[in-house]
Design a protein around this ligand. Sequence first.
Ligand code: ATP
Ligand code: MG
Length: 469
Amino acid sequence: MIKKMNFESRLQHYSFLSACTETAGELATQVFIIGGFVRDLVLGRESSEIDFLVLENGTDFATTYAGKLGVKNVTVFKNFGTAHFRYQEYDLEFVGARKESYERNSRKPTVFTGSFSDDINRRDFTINTLAISLNKDNYGELIDTYGGMIDIENKLIRTPIDPFITFDDDPLRIMRAFRFASQLNFQIDETVLQAANKLRDRLKIVSQERITDEFLKILSSDAPATGLIQLYKSGVLEIIFPEIANLAGVDQRQDYHHKDVFYHTCMVVDNISKMTDNIWLRFAALVHDIAKPQTKKFVEGTGWTFHGHEELGARMIKTLFKRMKLPFNKIEYVEKLVRLHLRPIALAKEEVTDSAIRRLIVAAGEDLADLIILCRADITSKNQEKVSRYLENYENVMKKVWEVEDKDKLRAFQSPVNGEEIMRICNLSPSRQVGEIKSAIEEAILDGKIGNNYDEALAYLMEIKRIML
Ligand code: ATP
Ligand code: MG
């Protein structure tokens, strides 16, 4: 079904597009904007990447069009029949209409020249099949072959053709489905989920880099749990990230059950995503309880325990990073956050010593603020009173941290009355006594008996001189 809707007025903002119409006229071809840009235009999202679909030759079109815009740098990929150039802040991509044919063991298709509808059919989701004509006869007209507009309205990820074929041809699309669902906060159509479930093993023909790339896009979205939960329910999570899928489930013994660690983790990830865009801090939130299944133990009279899950979890990070081809320079950061995620709460007690606080400061180093963000996100209780109490605990820990840091800063200071002066005033030669007098002055300052200034320190020296000598 072809619907008539016109986007001419919305395209006015992109005045450089009018030269497309001219180019298409001169080359006697047709050109359309297609895919993500159109989808995002409908959704009111900013997008700086524009894909052009050209009937016949996309690369000739790109060079002629670039000439009209005064752009000299056009990258042409002859083998792929695609071209790219930048104009202002936009990335413009050109491709000739194509038809694809897939082999079982590769997600890279053999490509033939095709028609407009061939090209639409090879696209992954209906919301990505929307096209806008840039041709003279129907400039601005929306071409919605597969009901993409209705799916956008219903916030639904559907495939233009049978999802089993879509996913079987290129299994990366399975990951893309969850990624779009998460980024756009859409649901995935039931049959699409079923196809993802049935064909999830096909993901093994996709490179780890591509899978990880899509996974990190899920983790970067506003509410990653939308994608994570659908990944879990479809059984895809157990293929791409079994350690997280294993967190699901609840055990009951006598009157004790523990909360479902997978759903808890999803909440923690959503919580932290409201606090930070730092993807590695979000990743730490995702894996902070990763070793709970291995450390789970039922203790008579106590209930479920997970002793040592933070240490074992930290030790699992390196292997995980290697397998998922994540950047090695982030291993230490994630390990540290996982290892320390229980420490701040243990320090919330009233009677905690300065040295325990100091050990945390040293262990967390420059990542202490991030650790506290993780701890705050880790609070998923539904009981508001508990939530406020826990949050207050972390504030108290931070207060203690600042106090200890202040004291330590003070410790590193130099007495306002130096050794030379002490020797002169007390008539002493270099000796241990000089050092003792100096530390006595410093202690008096640390204890707040006197201010940290020359006059008070000198007066204090005069006073202790009588007692100490
Ligand atoms: P974004 O750029 O925001 O990630 P997008 O929809 O523009 O989203 P791209 O990867 O830039 O996604 O691809 C552009 C268009 O190409 C898509 O909208 C879709 O129509 C098509 N496409 C991309 N990858 C695939 C694929 N693996 N299978 C089928 N169609 C695809
Ligand atoms: Mg794009």
